[in-house]
Design a protein around this ligand. Structure first.
Ligand code: HEM
Length: 143
């Protein structure tokens, strides 16, 4: 999930991304999600952890992604596969909502970098959640 042109953790630090900034955007984003008509119900009805635990987990997640701190050891695909009724269009809505938060909480310089990570992770999550090889197998009589 990295490329030669991605900023290093040091680059991100120089752009002002530190643990405090991550906590700020994570807290703001999940405040918005909490009241969101589409995303909110997934969290209210189907989240196993408490809200505080979830926020801490998401701070660790973004810290691991942006600052390479290796703090996150969860399993995002099963966490989303179990969400009843999850649709691909929900991911687009998540990304639009997340971008508004990042623009609100972070310096303009970091917005495209964080959004690139978010899009890549959202794509791989969708692949993990919605890919159904068994449907192809049945359709084309594959072994
Ligand atoms: C359709 C949009 C999404 C919905 C409705 C959604 C909802 C959720 C819910 C309800 C949980 C809590 C599961 C639990 O603890 O029982 C969760 C966990 C998580 N979500 Fe999402 N999510 C979405 C998209 C994303 C995206 C795009 C990312 C990353 C860029 C992301 C990252 C995570 C991570 C890292 C966890 C913790 C996984 C773990 O426990 O190991 N989510 N999400």
């Amino acid at each position: 999930m990295t490329s030669a042109t991605d900023p290093t953790p040091e680059d991100f630090a120089n752009m002002g991304i530190d643990e405090a900034m991550i906590k700020k955007f994570v807290t703001h984003f999940y405040d918005v999600v909490h009241g969101d008509k589409i995303l909110g119900p997934y969290f209210h009805h189907q989240m196993e952890a408490t809200w505080d635990q979830h926020l801490e987990k998401m701070c660790n997640f973004w810290s691991a992604i942006l600052l390479k701190t290796h703090r996150f050891n969860g399993r995002p695909v099963p966490a989303h596969t179990k969400l009843t009724g999850l649709q691909q269009s929900d991911f687009l809505h998540w990304l639009v909502t997340f971008e508004k938060t990042i623009k609100h909480c972070c310096t303009p310089e970091v917005v495209p970098h964080i959004m690139k990570k978010a899009h890549m992770i959202a794509n791989s999550l969708q692949y993990g959640v919605f890919y159904r090889p068994e449907l192809m197998k049945d359709k084309y009589n594959l072994d």
